[in-house]
Design a protein around this ligand. Structure first.
Ligand code: OGA
Ligand code: ZN
Length: 434
């Protein structure tokens, strides 16, 4: 790495951080310390990136620009990475905010001509080839996108037990954006929620769905009625018990959120079941690594068939990220197709499935509740397994209406609410399988 660069010297001469530190910013404009320019470069990005730290010094070598933060952290960014993320209007459309520059437009040997700290929050890179823009980066944006600080964990390990959400109310979630934001945060943390005070009206599952985002239609329709039917196309449309399952593993992408509005539930039985499959997967990883390995490496087939469709997809029962942290689960006793694993593996795979299903019912994980008319159960269908106990239609009625959304919709809604609120919390990010 170069020792001191032109950029280092420029930074050192202005030295805004050390001047400020004399009065610690507490002068409130009264003392004569030089006030740094904190005008932040426009990154063509609607998110707010908190100014966790200002930049103390910058330097560069043949490969990377190195940033020394005022809180003593260090970040390194490769030259090509900085160039492709340049927010100038030729590289990122100022209105669509989408990228215009392609990796193929960036010469592999492009290097900075100079790297300058224009202020403690603005880094400017001038490139060593004609026709290149000046790339100006905001310190908050750089810090948020840093990929070399050791404290960055892509998908931190999830919980080791099922969690309990806060009580939630229809009017609050439907008519207050602030409450919707609080509710979405809580729901994403616990993986499930019960909303009370829901009016006794049909078609409200999709009203909540549309308040969050784009409702996802499926072979069960835009909205589906869960009740005991004469000619059921699914075990869900009977009065039988439904063992813990995830919905729609017969699709290539099972939906992330399911909403079930309870219109009536006065028959004997019919209690709802939930269990945090990702928490159980974490337990298996720690205590039964061989079962975990089989469930997270071998894909199994699922199939749904009726007169209108024939759907088939394969999934691993436990899906992990690149660090082997479990992030999604897939299991439905109703739609699992005949297992087709190698014969040497089949007995162990079946034993691993039995172990997984057994732990799902452990009291640390199993949640049992009886929904009442006027309540809505919302849960993360890729993390929580759900089910119900059998009910007796001779003793009363049971009717739920439901719909699905993808997790992308939930995360987008929360990001927009946080953008509008002006308050920033830990950013919400999608997780990715290995
Ligand atoms: C379903 C389902 C649960 C219930 O429709 O997929 O799991 O409580 N229903 O009836
Ligand atoms: Zn279901």
């Amino acid at each position: 790495m170069n020792t001191r660069t032109k950029a280092d010297r420029a930074t050192t001469t202005t030295a805004p951080a050390s001047s400020r530190s004399r009065c610690n910013g507490a002068c409130n404009g009264k003392c004569r310390c030089p006030k740094p320019d904190l005008t932040r470069p426009d990154m063509a990005d609607l998110s707010r990136y908190p100014l966790v730290s200002t930049i103390r010094a910058v330097s560069f070598d043949a490969d990377v620009v190195t940033i020394a933060w005022s809180d003593d952290g260090i970040s390194r960014f490769h030259h090509g990475w900085l160039r492709e993320n340049s927010p100038d209007p030729a590289s990122r459309h100022p209105h669509s905010r989408e990228r215009l520059v392609s990796p193929l437009d960036i010469p592999a040997d492009l290097r900075p001509e100079s790297v300058t700290l224009e202020s403690p929050v603005a880094l400017a890179v001038t490139w060593d080839m004609a026709g290149q823009p000046v790339s100006r980066f905001d310190a908050g944006w750089l810090r948020a996108h840093c990929y070399t600080r050791g404290d960055f964990i892509a998908n931190p390990p999830r919980h080791l037990a099922s969690l309990t959400p806060q009580p939630a109310y229809w009017n609050a979630v439907m008519y207050s954006d602030a409450m919707l934001r609080v509710w979405l945060r809580d729901y994403l943390e616990t993986g499930w929620s019960v909303i009370s005070g829901v009016p006794d009206e049909h078609d409200l599952s999709t009203v909540l769905g549309a308040r969050i985002g784009v409702v996802r239609s499926s072979n069960f329709g835009f909205q589906f009625d869960v009740m005991s039917k004469a000619a059921p196309i699914s075990n869900a449309y009977t009065a039988s018990d439904l063992p813990l399952h995830t919905d729609m593993p017969h699709y290539e992408l099972p939906p992330g959120t399911q909403i079930l509005h309870c219109l009536r539930n006065d028959a004997d039985g019919g209690e709802s079941l939930l269990s945090d499959g990702v928490a159980v997967a974490n337990l298996l990883r720690n205590e039964h690594p061989e079962a975990f390995r089989l469930l997270s490496q071998i894909s199994v087939p699922f199939r749904f068939q009726d007169v209108d469709g024939d759907y088939n997809s394969r999934h691993r029962i436990i899906e992990c990220d690149a660090a082997q942290n479990p992030i999604f689960v897939n299991w439905s006793n109703s739609t699992i197709a005949p297992l087709d694993a190698d014969p040497e593996i089949m007995p162990n795979l079946r034993a691993a499935i039995r172990l997984f299903l057994t732990y799902l019912q452990d009291p640390r994980f199993l949640i049992t509740l009886k929904l009442e008319a006027g309540q809505m159960l919302v849960f993360d269908n890729r993390r929580m397994l759900h089910g119900r106990k059998a009910f007796d239609p001779q003793t009363g009625g049971r009717h739920l209406q439901g719909c699905y959304l993808d997790t992308s919709e939930v995360l987008s809604r929360l990001r927009m609410l946080e953008r509008d609120s002006g308050e920033s919390e830990e950013p919400v990010e999608a997780v990715a399988v290995a």
